[in-house]
Write a protein that binds this ligand. Sequence first.
Ligand SMILES: [Zn+2]
Length: 239
Amino acid sequence: MTQLLYQTDSYLKEFEAVVSVTDPENNGLILDQTAFYPGGGGQPSDSGLLESGETQYRVQKIKRIAGNLVHLIEGQDPLPAAGTIVHGRLNWDKRYQLMRTHSALHVLCGVIFRNYGASVTGGDMDPLQGRMDFEFETMHRDLVDEIETAVNAEVEKNRPIRVAILPREEAFKIPDLIRTKINLLPVGIQQVRVVEIVGLDLQADGGTHVSNTSEIGHIRVVDYKSKGKINKRIYIEVE
Ligand SMILES: [Zn+2]
């Protein structure tokens, strides 16, 4: 099992690891630990470099294959053998933009639930832009400015963003988590990672976030679309 360094330290840009398995079929490497986020919850996979001596391996992305996190390597260089020590470097500009974007989307969720009682049903993001889907029957064009103002007011409150890993039973007792459909978690999962924007939002979430809303920057609500009578999609950009 690969130790997931990004789960407890989203600001880790470089790390040392040992190659556990070389996977020639996928031109990939499985490491004993990694700071590369494999993608999930709408946040894309990280990219970057793995270095061994003079050789640089370009990590195109990380992918879950047969339960393992495989770092997919570009190019034809022979892969390092199991036991080799490698030095990992994230494409930090992209990752940090994704952290700001992901946290911005959680601010949006928090504001829309608090102000309008609407629950989130899904989301997706690229660096500095994202969208979220809500069960939000009363959403209409005039609310766009109102939501944008409320979201930025929360960003400017410099709210801390905290990550905790809780036993399943404990997480299930938190009312805020129930509303975000925590009950859909597979039975086998014994620990739940929760991301809290203190005073605003609490979600079961695997992604990487900034540690304070002040790092997000200004959020623009750029568009919304009706995906039916109840389901509405809201688009944001982070400046
Ligand atoms: Zn999230």
